[in-house]
Design a protein around this ligand. Sequence first.
Ligand SMILES: [Zn+2]
Length: 76
Amino acid sequence: MLRTLFIIGALAIIALIAKKMMTPKPRVEQKPSPKPLKDMVRCETCGLHLPIDESIKKDGLYFCSIDHRDRYEDAQ
Ligand SMILES: [Zn+2]
């Protein structure tokens, strides 16, 4: 009788472990990581704010496009 209980218990534990391993992690546990704030720069020509890695850099100034960089240079 004790042996039967032991086997049932062992099986139950195995089943629990297996279930835990099979269940995919709930998404709720994963905190939605906020997007890292990119450095924003301002276009010298039109004043548009854009991420630094999308900007055109020239002499420490930033532009939203090559066109605006050229326009700024023309205005100088
Ligand atoms: Zn611009």
